[in-house]
Ligand binder design. Sequence first.
Ligand SMILES: O=C(O)C1=C[C@@H](OP(=O)(O)O)[C@@H](O)[C@H](O)C1
Ligand SMILES: C=C(OP(=O)(O)O)C(=O)O
Length: 461
Amino acid sequence: MDVHVTRSHLRGTARAPPSKSYTHRALLAAGYSGGATVESPLVSADTRATARAVAAFGGSAAPAGSERGGDRPAEIPDDADALAVEGFGGRPGVPDDVIDCANSGTTMRLVTAAAALADGTSVLTGDGSLRSRPQGPLLDALGELGVRAESTRGNGQAPLVVSGPLSGGEVAIPGDVSSQYVTALLMAGAVIDEGVEVELTTDLKSAPYVDITLELLADFGVEATPVDAAGDPLDGAAGAAGFSVPGGQTYAPSGGTYAVPGDFSSISYLLGAGAVAAEPGETVRIEGARPSAQGDAAIVEVVEEMGAPVDWDREAGEIAVERADLSGVTVDVGDTPDLLPTIAALGAVADGDTRIENCEHVRYKETDRVSAMAEELGTLGAETTEESDVLTVHGSESDLAGATVDGRGDHRIVMALAVAALAAEGTTTIRGAEHVDVSFPGFFDAMADLGMDVEREGVIE
Ligand SMILES: O=C(O)C1=C[C@@H](OP(=O)(O)O)[C@@H](O)[C@H](O)C1
Ligand SMILES: C=C(OP(=O)(O)O)C(=O)O
């Protein structure tokens, strides 16, 4: 689907969608448990893939209060505000069919390690983007733990074939490709007798995502600990040399329910849009912004540092932002890879250089987001310099002019380009806009409600 965005002013209130990262983990953790209710889940293409995997292992996820009909779990409606998850009895069963992880890296990594617990063979695949992303380090780690875990093409990419069962022990893994490998090993390691000791062979990138895992595991009554090089416990994943998860644990959220917080990666587009295009004298307000372990809350500081007035009432979970003439900044995205597209778009609107450092791992996402943003912002008239782990955007608002840009089949590229389009002269056409369905299905509705001048082909506005 093409969308056409014309420079416009915004005002009013938007609600952040629930967190994709917490929803994936909560659905799988509930699958490991004897059953739990996941409140305010994100219902999106990616989290549906995780729900399908839970069903493939013998559990189910269906709207709370609905009847479960036949053998097949009910399709999850877009507006489900709570999901009742039936567990798969501690250990996943062997799936009847191939597990389709669609576009979701989180699903593929977390479900690969879960599949390794089953006493039989599971096959996982995904769309063309997911089948080009790296899985090798996780397959090697599972191999060290006694599992036959293979890429059918022998290139470390899906389709994957995993034959369990997994036995525990010590395993070494790099931390600079994806933190999701660590999350996967911790979630699976908790239920095997021996547990798992993970040793990192490089520094950990995207460390706050492991903090999200640790926070969620604690909420499900499961203990896992980051450790330093001497094996002493640390408070969080930053700077960890490894992780330790004792075996034989049981997943059970207190009171049988788990509530998902708002998503700060999604908030970054709303906040960025407000900073770029709020009507003079007006604010854009964002609800659902309570603090959690999400590293992407750093977007609040980035936008403030670029010069936009931001007021974050943490207790109320509300952020208000005003438009300003933005200035370039230097940001390290080692912990916050998903912010790169948003910061690059803001950098294109700002005056001066925005230097986005430590971004090599951002190339292993749904697309190579470093190149994608450099090229697509270039089409809108921004100059950029790309190095292997640094993207510099040489910003100047006056240079941006509407054009046809490609969302690259990547939800975050689409949403970031929509933010840039708010400041570009004339109209910008974004190709493949339907991909917002992966993490923020209501994105263009929320933007239209705020006043974005947006036309969606096939949608009556
Ligand atoms: O664990 C998670 O929920 C995620 C971890 C990050 O990936 P990497 O750890 O691969 O950088 C992030 O980019 C992704 O959107 C979600
Ligand atoms: C990279 C992302 O997710 P995943 O790794 O789950 O595909 C993302 O949402 O930006």
